[in-house]
Design a protein around this ligand. Structure first.
Ligand SMILES: C[S@@+](CC[C@H](N)C(=O)[O-])C[C@H]1O[C@@H](n2cnc3c(N)ncnc32)[C@H](O)[C@@H]1O
Length: 258
């Protein structure tokens, strides 16, 4: 961890944008899934369709980068993280809303449980399924099958895709930190192999509620209402509804499929 922090400091000293580090150092400064404010608002709208003051748990929240943004809309949202060293090892204050606990022992019911990019091999489908009727999960295509809740009494009711942080990081490095002919960079930018998939799962009784909430959220979506770091995505060719790249979820980035 100390070495990772030192590498980040080295990068920061030369970075040409304060927004690059979240894609190059997702563990320390960002998240393992690329998101915009519209993703946060979609998840919040789903949670609020279950209850006007929803209970919300982010499982394996890391430092809580996504969770911090969700709390703008769901102030009581909580996180659960097993690795305390990411706070104490680096002297970073752990927010009260993040509990150091193992997700295998979740005991409270939540209106929505969010599982954002779990490591391959980690499988919390049983404890998560038992403690909620609505799940939003993100996974890298082909990597985290254990994040798929079909077969646990849930239906996948909606999905969309966002870029993978690896592709964004590669593009940032090629575009801003590597000297190469423009044609070569363009060729490399077409090699987008990874996609981050967002799956919304609901128990059958919650299906219509969740779908209705997400549909009305999308109708009122304002992609111009956004976080500063989203400009990096636009510059790197990962715009809102941008086409391109083969994926298990067809169509443009951020387009929701029901
Ligand atoms: C790949 S990181 C993703 C972190 C964050 N959700 C994100 O997308 O940036 C997976 C996180 O899950 C945590 N984790 C792994 N096993 C866990 C468990 N049994 N209970 C709670 N958290 C766990 C890890 O410590 C790590 O922070």
């Amino acid at each position: 961890m100390q070495k990772a922090w030192a590498a980040l400091a080295q990068f920061q000293a030369r970075a040409i944008s304060p927004h690059h580090e979240r894609y190059s150092f997702p563990f320390l400064r960002g998240s393992y899934f690329v998101y915009r404010k519209i993703d946060v608002m979609r998840v919040a709208a789903i949670a609020k369709s279950v209850s006007s003051e929803p209970t919300y748990l982010d499982v394996g929240c890391g430092y809580g980068d996504f969770l911090k943004h969700v709390r703008e809309f769901i102030p009581k949202a909580e996180g659960l993280e097993v690795d305390e060293s990411m706070f104490y090892g680096l002297g970073i204050a752990k927010p009260d809303y993040v509990r150091i606990e193992d997700a295998r022992w979740i005991e409270k019911k939540y209106d929505l449980i969010f599982v954002g990019w779990m490591e391959p091999g980690q499988d919390f489908r049983d404890p998560v399924s038992k403690n909620t009727d609505v799940i939003v999960t993100t996974l890298d295509q082909g990597l985290s099958l254990a994040a798929e809740f079909d077969g646990h009494g849930f239906e996948r009711v909606a999905s969309w895709r966002t870029p993978s942080w690896e592709d964004v990081n590669t593009e940032i490095m090629n575009r801003y930190y590597t000297s190469m002919p423009e044609q070569k960079r363009t060729e490399l930018s077409r090699l987008r192999g990874a996609h981050n998939l967002w799956y919304v799962y609901a128990k059958p009784a919650m299906r219509d509620t969740v779908v209705g909430a997400l549909k009305s959220q999308i109708e009122s979506e304002q992609p111009t209402d956004r976080y500063d770091f989203e400009q990096v995505l636009d510059e790197c060719g990962y715009g809102y509804l941008e086409k391109g790249g083969d994926s298990a979820i067809p169509g443009p980035l951020w387009q929701v499929h029901f």
